[in-house]
Design a binder for this molecule. Sequence first.
Ligand code: PHE
Length: 460
Amino acid sequence: MRRKLGIRPEVPRPLDPPYSARVDLCQAVVDGSWTTLRVVRTATRAQVTLAREWAPELDFADYAHGFQVDQVPCDDPAVLGDAAARAWLSERGAGESLAELLASMEQGRHEMVLMLCSASTGVSVIHHVHSSALGANNGFHAIRAGGLRRHEPETNEDEILRDGLNLSRAMSFKCAAAGLPFGGSKTIARCAPFSLDDGARLGFLAYAIDRGHLITGPDMGFPPELIDVLGDAYTQHILCGPGGPLGHTGAPTAYGVLCAMRAAAEHVWGKRGLESRTVAVQGLGAVGLELAKLLAGDRAKLVVSDRAPERVARAQHEVGGIRVVSPEQILQAECDVFAPCAVGGILDPASIQRLQAAIVMGSANNQLAAASPEDEIALARQLAERGILFAPDWSYTMGGILAGFEEYVYRELASSERLRTSIERAAGTELARLLSEARASGRTPTEVAYDRFWPLVHPE
Ligand code: PHE
């Protein structure tokens, strides 16, 4: 393993008391010289624990070299159990934040939130775990899976938690739909961008990942190269960097969306293929751009948009023959297929009325502005009433996680042919089956998909 040199980070100063009316959970953890906040929920109770698991001055640049995940040096460990931890947090003004988190976990039926907060590096890592049911006892270290995302330190904590909880719920169902023996999680690092030779921050991130009993891979906010650096020198639980055997997850994810679109096109128009169909691609990031290329290969007509002019320029250069519209116009562009490939939450009652497409299918996670299956079904019905075909994104955006699984199990022997076959099966064949079942039973694909996968994700 390569040894990376650590750069000593400046230590951010904790806020001085008196505390503002509402204190973030992470802030309370750091202010109290704790390192870890864990909330575990079962059907009957929620349990909160605060712990000090490492010394404040610990140099995480030594992680995976000087010490391993269960050997973290701590001269002064401490733990507060449920009642004491709750009391401590409310005394510090974080009671309201905790109550909100517990309510959201209850609503989404989430199993655990694990916050690891490093004061010395200014990095907090939050593992949002929805369900581990499918991964329990799978024989691997990792029993769940979900991407690694970064949010700026200024982002509100409740916004981060909402994002993470929603995304992890989608991951549970995505793994189920992909036929993988993993539960669903999402890991969010709250920190400023840092350089790829920053040993202390890399080491801390790797430690946090290893603590989560999960595999993770590229998502938004970090450069893809971070995956390779972490994977080469710090942890085996991060996969699908651009230098890995299968490359970045952008291409397999886009391929899954293409398979799904082909299945949807046949379902709606009774004719194979996307030739001459107009597809509006919202967002030209790692997946959107790949999808645009694949669609051009299928001879679809493309309308695209992105907030970043350089991404639009790149797409014009690499794809060619595309029509560019503003980010405000893309949602109501005249098209056959609308493909959301940027942020989630874009489909709400107002935007659904503006859509001009027959099919909505794209790579964005959580396309519906909803936080529970019940709310999703209500929006899915509105789409159906407008005659628009919609299936939950998690039922066909599993190209990335299938690639992650392939690399996790086979390492250098990971095979792109095997990956291709599993994507075609899950995002193509299985999705087509889902759409037919929905049509036959007069329900939305969203309801059929939840009915099918619910018992796997929530067995009890
Ligand atoms: N980020 C991927 C998703 O949202 C999941 C993933 C996890 C991919 C681990 C690769 C490795 O679907």
